[in-house]
Structures are given as structure tokens and as C-alpha cells.
Design a protein around this ligand. Structure first.
Ligand code: HEC
Length: 147
């Protein structure tokens, strides 16, 4: 049964990915919007404007992790112009971009591993897991995004 669900999920994913090839800019922006939403949730919990819960902490981390794993697939040649803030450096310094993506992915993977089944137990544990993720936003945007 689990296997069936997984297969269905994978099938749905490859459908989305194939479809996405039509408009990679739209997809990568939507992925980043989900990252922005997760950062808003994480920030709200850290500031205390949103009550902390392990499940919400886990959801934010899972969103970061899913984004980090998929984002890099949506920068084909020729998708550097149009309604996008992606910087030319993504293509001219492809290795640098890959490195930034890899750093982001390793932070999100570590946080996902640390958050366990139930999510980080308390706000301190959440902060410890999530801060290394949040330090990636600015450094990548500075080099690989234009305003
Ligand atoms: C590895 C590089 C990288 C990392 C890390 C990264 N971003 Fe981005 N982000 C981008 C790029 C590139 C774009 C521009 C995408 C485009 O317009 O095609 C972007 C765009 C965005 C956008 C605008 C989306 C839109 O609708 O145009 C938001 C919001 C955003 N990022 C938030 C974040 C936050 C919050 C983090 C940290 C948790 C983060 N990003 C981490 C590369 C990154």
C-alpha cells in the first residue's frame, strides 16, 4: 500500500515536472514563493507572533527541503529572460550556482533529519535546525538574483 502511494506520488511529480518544462520560470518562482511562505512561518514562530508547534516547525522545514531539492531543475538555457529576477550569473557561473544550491540543500537535509518524526520538540531546537537554512537566502540572492 505504501509502495503504491509512493509510486502514485512519483508519477504525479514527473507529470508536473514534464509539464513544468513549458514554463520553468513560473515553476521556479512558485517554488520560491513556497520558500517565502515557510520563511514567514519560521520567522513568525521565532518572533512569537505565531505559537510554536513541532508540526508547524516540521512543515516549514519540509517545505524548505522540497524546494532545495527541486529548484535547480528549472533553469534551462533560454529561461534567462522574461518575467524573472534570475541573474545572468546562474548561467555564466553555473558551478557557483550549483554550489549555492548544494549548500542550501545540505542545510535543509540536515534540518529535516534533525526534526525527526514529530518535528523539533521546542522553539530552541527549531531555531537550531532552521537558522542554517535561513542564512542561505541572502547569500544566494545577492549573486544569483537581480532586483
Ligand atoms: C540557491 C539560490 C537561492 C536560495 C538559497 C534562495 N533563493 Fe530565493 N530566489 C532565487 C532565485 C534565482 C530567484 C529568482 C527566480 C526567478 O525570478 O526566476 C529567487 C526568488 C525568490 C523569491 C521571489 C519569488 C517570485 O515570486 O518572484 C522569494 C520570495 C524568495 N526567493 C525567497 C527566498 C527565501 C526566503 C530563501 C531562504 C529561505 C531563499 N529564497 C533562498 C535563488 C535562491
Amino acid at each position: 500500500m505504501r509502495r503504491l502511494v509512493l509510486t502514485a506520488a512519483l508519477a504525479a511529480f514527473s507529470f508536473t515536472a514534464a509539464h513544468a518544462a513549458d514554463d520553468p520560470i513560473k515553476v521556479r518562482k512558485s517554488i520560491m514563493q513556497s520558500v517565502g511562505g515557510a520563511a514567514g512561518l519560521a520567522g513568525g514562530m521565532m518572533k512569537g507572533s505565531v505559537p510554536y508547534s513541532p508540526a508547524a516547525g516540521k512543515a516549514a522545514i519540509a517545505t524548505f527541503n522540497a524546494a532545495a531539492m527541486s529548484f535547480g531543475s528549472f533553469f534551462p538555457e533560454g529561461s534567462d529572460s522574461g518575467d524573472t529576477t534570475a541573474a545572468p550569473a546562474i548561467w555564466s557561473d553555473a558551478d557557483g550556482f550549483k554550489e549555492s544550491l548544494a549548500k542550501f540543500a545540505s542545510a535543509t537535509t540536515a534540518a529535516a533529519a534533525a526534526s525527526g518524526r514529530e518535528g523539533p520538540a521546542d522553539l530552541d531546537a527549531f531555531k537550531e535546525a532552521v537558522m542554517p537554512i535561513l542564512s542561505n537566502c541572502k547569500s544566494c540572492h545577492q549573486t544569483f538574483r537581480v532586483k
